[in-house]
Design a protein around this ligand. Structure first.
Ligand code: NAP
Length: 496
């Protein structure tokens, strides 16, 4: 074992980010890796989101690591298959025994004297040279601030915390929200329930999903010629890159998406009033694009009502809307999304300057390449601020992020350094460049979405192509980081 791979690395979160990073670190020779996962299994959001109809809405091949290709059953695989994949990867690459399940990391603090991170976990303290926060952006369910929510007499649960003990057959169900989670679960539960009221605050553009099972001969072909699978993956990636170009810079590229979304409404929705209700007025892609070929036909089912009146309050027997109508419900489902701007929360992260990450961030979380923050040495965020994709693969993002950690470790070994920290000037320069680019994107064309907060702050999306993220994270930009420690004194700026 070389001195390099004796460094200890703590990873917070055992979802795709944490598992992927642990595998990539092991493959690079780092053996002292501990992953902390608060749940009983790895999988992250794919373990928690078990609502009926849960499936990926970008093609399955975008849900695999480049180092672990998979034979998916469908073009858009269901949640159990994705969960089985991530568990299989953890097992196959020997990182499952590095994961401490049922262990929550409550707080972490940088010890400047010793140049280490101290973790306070539900199972006691832990120390590490390097910290990777892989907490996910969409992992904390958001409960809407609707008056009277606690007064509801029946079961209430969030899509990400689906209560499978509640029998829905024959019940009246109210679903609040019409985002990605709602448009998957409403068509799945509609056939069995007596009635569904879907409460829509603002509609999103919905593109056809074109899901289907891969045929036996397709499986046989891709088994015989693995190159075909790689080609399909490359094709999907490049198609999504085209979409990203439309969302970020070249609006004219959105025209086909707008056309497909409009055509889906006109061909699937016969009722002109329903058509009006489901047709967004904002630009396609401003809100997260939705993918479904069943959403509109489900809304036309006789046991489904789309309610567009504002919700006034929840009452014990149902929901009262702004017109004063009370619609009875037996079960209330919150498809209301996630606290997407809190990143590492509720974990507290105390940095070098005696300030927490939340305090340093203030109004808007920011990180150099979404990964590193001044005053927080030896810390890397995966799927951190502004690394979400309007159209794209978060698994690719995570792999690039973990690749950046490996590039940093490589520099640390080369410089015989024990510390690495992004320079404030580099972080600020990057942030200015990022904000300029974001301003030109479709996400800032005037709509409400989970990407942007009510003050226009955007800690969510990457405003360039994804090959650009790969290019920037693969190596360290000269001068961006300061390395110090061991043979290099603090402030020596080995990369400067
Ligand atoms: P979301 O996109 O944030 O949607 C939340 C929905 O709840 C929106 O329709 C929102 O309305 C509504 N809402 C929130 N608060 C409300 C309130 N107080 N009153 C009435 N309506 C309210 O959440 P999500 O559907 O869970 O999806 C979040 C993200 O997770 C997605 O964009 C996607 O990136 C990811 N996701 C992926 C998959 C997949 O791959 N299969 C599936 C699910 C989610 P407004 O639009 O008016 O705010």
């Amino acid at each position: 074992m070389t001195p390099s791979n004796s460094r200890s690395i703590a990873v917070v979160g055992g979802g795709f980010g944490g598992v992927g990073a642990a595998v990539m670190l092991r493959r690079a020779g780092y053996e002292d890796v501990t992953v902390f996962e608060k749940s009983e299994r790895v999988g992250g959001v794919w373990q928690h989101n078990t609502y009926p109809g849960a499936a990926c809405d970008v093609p399955s091949h975008m849900y695999e690591f480049s180092f672990a290709p998979n034979r998916w059953s469908r073009r858009f695989s269901p949640q159990p298959e994705i969960q089985a994949y991530i568990e299989g990867v953890a097992r196959r690459f020997g990182v499952l025994d590095r994961v401490r399940t049922n262990t929550e990391v409550r707080s972490v603090g940088w010890d400047e004297e010793r140049g280490r991170w101290t973790l306070e976990t539900s199972a006691g303290p832990h120390e590490a040279d390097l910290l990777i926060a892989a907490c996910g952006q969409l992992s904390v369910p958001k409960t809407p601030a609707i008056p009277g929510l606690n007064s509801f007499e029946g079961p209430v649960f969030h899509t990400a915390e689906w209560d499978h003990s509640v029998e829905l057959a024959g019940k009246r169900v109210a679903v609040i929200g019409t985002g990605c989670s709602a448009i998957q679960t409403v068509p799945a539960i509609q056939p069995e329930v007596a009635h569904v009221d879907v409460y829509q605050r603002s509609p999103g553009w919905t593109l056809p999903k074109r899901d289907r099972a891969y045929s036996r001969w397709e499986h046989a072909l891709s088994k015989r010629f693995p190159l075909l699978r790689r080609l399909e993956r490359a094709y999907i990636f490049n198609y999504m890159e085209l979409g990203t170009a439309g969302l970020t810079r070249h609006r004219s590229l959105l025209a086909p998406f707008r056309f497909m979304a409009r055509r889906q409404i006109t061909s699937a929705v016969k009722d002109p009033e329903l058509r009006r209700k489901v047709t967004p007025t904002d630009e396609v892609g401003c809100k997260r694009l939705l993918f479904s070929s069943e959403w509109y036909s489900t809304l036309e089912e006789p046991n489904v009502d789309l309610v567009t009146e504002r919700i006034e309050e929840v009452v014990p027997e149902g929901i009262r809307d702004a017109s004063g109508t009370v619609r009875p419900a037996d079960v209330l489902v919150l498809a209301t999304g996630f606290a997407s701007h809190d990143f590492v929360a509720p974990m507290e992260v105390m940095g070098r300057a005696g300030r927490t990450l939340a305090e340093q961030w203030g109004e808007v979380p920011r990180a150099y390449l979404g990964a590193t923050v001044p005053d927080f040495p030896n810390m890397f965020l995966l799927y951190g601020p502004n690394t979400n994709a309007g159209i794209g693969s978060i698994i690719h993002t995570l792999e690039c992020g973990a690749g950046h950690v490996l590039a940093a470790l490589e520099e640390m070994e080369r410089a015989d350094a024990t510390r690495i920290e992004v320079r404030r000037a580099a972080a600020e320069r990057f942030d200015r460049e990022l904000r300029d680019a974001l301003a030109a994107t479709v996400w800032h064309s005037g709509c409400s979405s989970w990407y942007v907060d009510e003050n226009g702050n955007d800690p969510s999306n990457w405003p360039w192509q994804w090959r650009e993220y790969h290019r920037r994270t693969a190596t360290l930009e000269p001068g961006a980081y300061e390395l110090s420690g061991a043979s290099a004194p603090v402030g020596s700026g080995a990369l400067g």
